[in-house]
Write a new protein. Structure first.
Length: 259
């Protein structure tokens, strides 16, 4: 009974949906570390950022997908999943929250748009040490074996470390053979962004519609960035904060502006 009382609770979520291969890989990676509870969207929610559902009812259904693992699917966004997990399923804060493994990169500016990272951020806002994992392979049948090793190592250290409230990590893993993998590197977010455009087309009835297109542009030559690490066969870990205050600008305004 004593060991049971001390068992860690690990909340697992994602934005690709509860049936995505990446979340199964993440469950396999962290399940040896504690009691895993899964709450994830019932359909893909990529690019939703920190959106929440306020205009329609939310549905929450238990599903039998992962052997021996309590799992729920939610009709809402990744952030909705975390909110419902705490309030209606766990009735307490988990010890850590792990989100992913996302199919595709969430480095640099992508962290702003990412549902994967927003789910982890929501948990961090509630005081839960959290991490989002992303793999630079977009294919449905991607090999997640390296990702599982990285995820297990990071989650284990999070559980064994006394982390401050609001701790949030963004981990990206390169597509690389295991023998060429150089390890996990602590990084900063690169100054890189998508230069976007909308491709205008017409449907068979002649009505206009648009596809978002773009080209990724890295404006950062630093060797301490997530983009650099990934390009050089490292996984990247960026400590992220949700306080968006620009403290340098705040100080400048306090000194220069006459208010």
């Amino acid at each position: 009974m004593k060991g049971k009382a001390q068992e860690k609770i690990i909340l697992v979520t994602n934005d690709d949906g509860v049936t995505a291969p990446g979340i199964r890989a993440l469950i396999e990676a962290v399940s040896p570390l504690g009691r895993v509870v899964v709450v994830a969207p019932d359909s893909p929610q990529s690019g939703k950022g920190h959106a929440i559902t306020i205009g329609v009812p939310l549905r929450l259904d238990q599903v039998d997908i992962f052997d021996g693992i309590e799992a729920w699917q939610c009709s809402g966004t990744p952030v909705d999943c975390v909110k419902l997990a705490r309030d209606k399923i766990l009735h307490r804060l988990p010890d850590i929250c792990v989100s992913g493994i996302n199919h595709g990169a969430n480095h640099s500016i992508n962290v702003i748009y990412s549902g994967t990272m927003s789910a982890a951020m929501e948990a961090a806002i509630e005081g839960v040490p959290s991490v989002g994992f992303s793999y630079l392979d977009y294919s449905f049948d991607a090999d997640f074996s390296l990702c599982k090793e990285v995820a297990h190592s990071v989650a284990k250290q999070m559980l064994e470390t006394e982390l401050p409230e609001g701790t949030l990590f963004n981990v990206n893993i390169p597509v690389v053979k295991k023998e060429d993998y150089k390890g996990l590197r602590i990084c900063r977010q690169a100054d890189a962004k998508w230069v976007e455009a909308f491709d205008e087309r017409r449907d068979p009835r002649g009505k206009k519609y648009y596809w978002l297109t773009g080209e990724f542009t890295n404006r950062d030559n630093g060797e301490d960035t997530d983009v650099y690490a990934l390009a050089n066969n490292y996984a990247s870990l960026v400590p992220v904060q949700f306080d968006l205050t620009d403290y340098k600008m705040k100080k400048k305004l306090e000194n220069d502006w006459k208010l």
